[in-house]
Write a protein that binds this ligand. Structure first.
Ligand code: ATP
Ligand code: MG
Length: 326
């Protein structure tokens, strides 16, 4: 069975795009696919951060994933920093990665260009991501365009390590989600819905109250004519609403388009479908959040299970690269 791995970096608020593009597919496949889900708390330290905020978000993200239906029995479910093998393997992989290779990462260039103080970890972050992936013999990493280059790097490093030091790692591949699974910002449908969006007006946050969700949908940007058709190029706002409705109801955006004559009707239907999808999740979240100790116990158990696999992989990598077994 092939293994899939998805990480969530605890910065910003999880939103409907994360749910449709990443969380729902995990839940749908966890019984039939070998699944690793983790909160990548170490990755949130690569940019300016508030310690209390990272801690709070880590627990919040874990609780949301459980509320959404992540099953810690079926999937490996963990917080990255609870499994020290991630950072241990990171170092070994740094020794198999070129400085130039890391510097070439587009995301590093973009993010470092916007700051005065660039953390060393921002440069080496794709190598930590390679460690996250290779540690569990991952076959598939579902990622958007922005992360494909990092998965490529993980492939290169795995292949190089295997060639130089003997077969050690499974070589992973990126799997891109379908375009329809990319949810756009309701207020600016040219941009993808994102945790780091400058404004929350067009972002349907998983923990938004139902009436807030409804208001955001009703204010979504459409266009000046009033024809409901699915055409993401020419009608990004309307098409995004149709894509959201389709994802929430398990239908096709093209087919749904024929059912509406006016934007108002479409928006009402989208608002109902979004609330029907997210309100139960929010209720389950609030119940689970009442008992953080339970969530922490789940995370401890997940880390223990993960360390079984991760420890063996790190021992293998250490021996291959030339370290004397202790
Ligand atoms: P950031 O702005 O910090 O990059 P993000 O909203 O893009 O945040 P990530 O943590 O980068 O969230 O991604 C988590 C998962 O959610 C990834 O699998 C990513 O592909 C998916 N995802 C993120 N945004 C969307 C979106 N708008 N539509 C569909 N899937 C998305
Ligand atoms: Mg992103």
């Amino acid at each position: 069975m092939s293994r899939r791995l998805t990480g969530f970096t605890p910065s910003g608020d999880l939103h409907l795009g994360n749910y449709i593009g990443a969380i729902a597919p995990i839940i749908a496949k966890q019984a039939v696919t070998d699944t690793v889900v983790f909160i990548s708390d170490l990755h949130s330290l690569t940019l300016e951060h508030d310690p209390a905020e990272v801690r709070r978000r880590t627990l919040e993200f874990a609780t949301i994933l459980l509320a959404a239906g992540a099953d810690p029995e079926a999937a490996l479910f963990l917080v990255q920093s609870h499994v020290p093998e991630h950072t241990e393997l990171h170092y070994l992989l740094e020794c198999a990665t070129g400085y130039g290779e890391a510097q070439r990462m587009i995301q590093f260039k973009e993010k470092s260009g916007r700051q005065n103080q660039v953390r060393m970890s921002l440069l080496t972050y794709p190598i930590l991501m390679a460690a996250d992936i290779l540690l569990y013999d991952t076959d598939e990493v579902p990622v958007g365009e922005d992360q494909s280059q990092h998965v490529e790097l993980a492939r290169d490093v795995a292949q190089r390590f295997n060639t130089r030091y003997g077969p050690t790692f499974t070589v992973p591949r990126a799997v891109n989600p379908p375009v329809a699974a990319r949810i756009m910002d309701l207020a600016s449908p040219g941009d993808k819905m994102s945790k780091s969006a400058p404004s929350a007006a067009g972002v349907l946050r998983l923990l938004d109250e139902p009436d807030v969700l409804r208001r955001k949908v009703m204010r979504a940007v459409t266009d000046t004519d009033s024809v409901v058709i699915y055409d993401p190029e020419r009608k990004p706002g309307v098409s995004n609403l149709l894509a959201i409705l389709a994802a929430c109801t398990g239908d096709e955006p093209q087919r749904l388009a024929g059912r509406f004559d006016r934007y108002g009707e479409l928006k009402e239907a989208v608002a109902d479908a979004v609330v029907a999808t997210l309100a139960p999740l929010r209720d389950r979240y609030l119940r689970l959040a009442d008992d953080p100790r339970h969530v922490q116990a789940v995370l401890r158990a997940g880390a223990d299970r993960a360390r079984g696999l991760a420890g063996a992989k790190v021992r293998q990598a250490k021996a291959a690269i030339g370290l004397l077994p202790g």
